[in-house]
Design a protein around this ligand. Sequence first.
Ligand SMILES: Cc1cc2nc3c(=O)[nH]c(=O)nc-3n(C[C@H](O)[C@H](O)[C@H](O)COP(=O)(O)OP(=O)(O)OC[C@H]3O[C@@H](n4cnc5c(N)ncnc54)[C@H](O)[C@@H]3O)c2cc1C
Length: 760
Amino acid sequence: MIRQDFTTTRKLHIETLTADLIIAGGGVSGVCCALTAARAGIRVLLIQDRPVLGGNASSEVRLWILGATSHMGNNNRWAREGGAIDEILVENLYRNPEGNPVIFDTVLLDLVHKEPNIRLLLNTAVCEVQMKEPNVIGHLKAFCSQNQTEYHLHAPLYSDATGDGILGFLSGASFRMGAEPAGEFGEAFAPSEAYGELLGHTLYFYTKDTGRAVRYHAPDFALKDITKIPRFRSFNAQDFGCKLWWIEYGGRLDTVFDTETIKWELWKIVYGVWDHIKNSGKFPEAATMTLEWVGMIPGKRESRRFTGDYMLRQQDIVEQRTHPDAVAYGGWSIDLHPADGIYSPASGCNQWHSKGIYQIPYRCLYSKDIANLFLAGRLISSSHVAFGSSRVMATAASVSQASGMAAVLCHRQGLLPRDLRQGANLLELQLELIRSGQYIPGIQVADGEDLVASATLLASSELSLTALPEDGDWTSLEESMAQLLPVQNGLLPVLEFAVTADRETTLELEFRASQRRGNFTPDLPLGAKTLSLREGHQILRIEMPISLPEPQYVFMLLHRNTAVRVRCSRQRITGLLTVYNSVNPAVSNYGKQEATPGIGMDSFEFWCPRRRPGGQNLALRFPAPLSIFGAHHLAGGIGRPTTGPNAWVADPGDPEPTLTLRWKEPRKIGRIQLSFDTDYDHPMESVLMTHPENVVPFCVRNYRIMDENGELVHHTTGNYRSHNRIIPEQPLLTRELTIVLEHPGPHTPAALFAVRCYEK
Ligand SMILES: Cc1cc2nc3c(=O)[nH]c(=O)nc-3n(C[C@H](O)[C@H](O)[C@H](O)COP(=O)(O)OP(=O)(O)OC[C@H]3O[C@@H](n4cnc5c(N)ncnc54)[C@H](O)[C@@H]3O)c2cc1C
């Protein structure tokens, strides 16, 4: 029994903790920053004010994580972000293809919980920052109401991943809120005051059909007059969760200090909308439905943006400007919303895509004022317009991974964030990120420690593609389609494929590439042909004198003709893809982006893949085989298709696809890294949306590794992850490593993007 008498001196329990890096905010950004830093060997404290991790992606808010793939609705091919966020999305696909937000919580909790270098404090809010010097954070105070404990948290480095920026704000770092005038950075898309300068908050709700009549009494505070919402006719009984992103409010208020006021208005709207659906008589199908869940914490889009040594701006995104200090990338559209949100008569969003993905410089990822403060997530240094793109969660995660790795290098060498912005430190940062699975477009750094660079690589077979078998669907050209053809040796290969025509007709065939190598916007015409088709089945032979100076994908466009069907193949091969000139209104893709004059955006067509099980390749025949899948891609491998497949692909008929790495002298190997194909085109939306498979068909499931004596040193079955890191119990001393892969399926030959071997 505890019995305490009256006293005037009681205090909270105080616990003092130290770490190498303290991350405030456990959204997807904070989590990815923490995983990256902890795995690279430093002690991390992750402070999250809520009961679970994930921030806007958690079951408390229920947003699906998106980034450069944009629901597969733009021209960014193979653009899903790498590193920790890839691991999270692939794991979630494996465990949770149904997109259950509660399961998603456990994916994050599990990953963080089992990381020995992370100490996680849940339900703990950072509420005070103590400065050591005017521009150096000394320690933090945080409070957990669940255990009545005040934490005193000490570290040499801090990362602010709180969205609203509690560390940046309390430490006195420069920040901005609202839009820059167009003139400041020459941003033609900067909004007028009438449109508004801040994006608002949103609350979601989920519904379910109980199968029996359910009455609904709205709370007194619910919105009574639904016509106050100009688009009230868009509500229906089917949409819930992320589909109702446009229940948005607060863009005219202070999105930090007025959050509680905004939340009440959003509750008012949500319960009023449900009252309308249940009781207006317009939705009889809702009679058996009930509210299953209503958000209690609003999803915040925008508040403070902190100032780094550089501010990302519209031109960086639209012109895809390059930066020597690129460490991450974005690819979501520039997506601004009217500040009046749901009460605005304007469209709920104003999205403009760029022609490809864009680099994000390291100089946006630390405060220009506070020497030991990294910026992570949505609050990085970007203008309001650029924030319209960089704010989405997979992009926010990708930049946060970069800041997590930067903290590791600072710790190792006793440096501060700014010290890594150039020179050898920057190269080391980029290299460490690439090793950890991060993809940085346009950046390749020679890896002096990778033993594969000095090995001879021998493959038991390399796919020499003569045909994609005619075993797939007959696809009608209801929509224009294009086959992506990787051209590696200058000349477009001769090719043949089968079509069938309902009547005598002509088929318009066109070849295009991208003006910018590595993009997938077909804006460079290379040649065209009108083919006369007779009624019935026929084989078309295409021989076009097209040559390209450097490796690049060429689009073979087959223009719409409803009288024509083309034969497809069930064979799926890494780096080969069909795309369609289709529409995807959810991301403002109407087949073509026609830029409003004067807003600094580009006009171009969208050519996007179909989700599996759709999206088969054309059944092609290559009279001269396509030999572009060699094992030489594996040394320093890029890790995904870019200007070509960048993969070693084995011959489907090879019973044991085997890669041998041979050195002249024995090598000590303490770590082996393999990069498999988990289809970087697949957006893997984390919640709500369901996926047809829980393992990507391209991904090698089973493999084994042997040393020079044929001794088994490692064996994996049932792999589904992009990156496998193999640490033998004892470092190997060997002249040879043999990696034997199993084909992942009858229609998909084994493929590998990269092999890396390190002494430790
Ligand atoms: C309605 C809506 C729709 C959107 N649509 C999409 C979409 O479809 N896909 C997409 O990817 N993005 C979308 N976004 C944007 C995206 O959700 C945010 O930009 C993103 O969540 C930013 O990530 P973050 O980690 O920086 O912040 P958050 O996800 O907000 O995470 C920050 C975390 O820090 C915690 N925190 C805050 N203060 C403290 C403190 N003092 N101490 C400790 N912890 C603290 C918070 O609780 C939170 O968990 C949308 C946003 C909204 C609101």
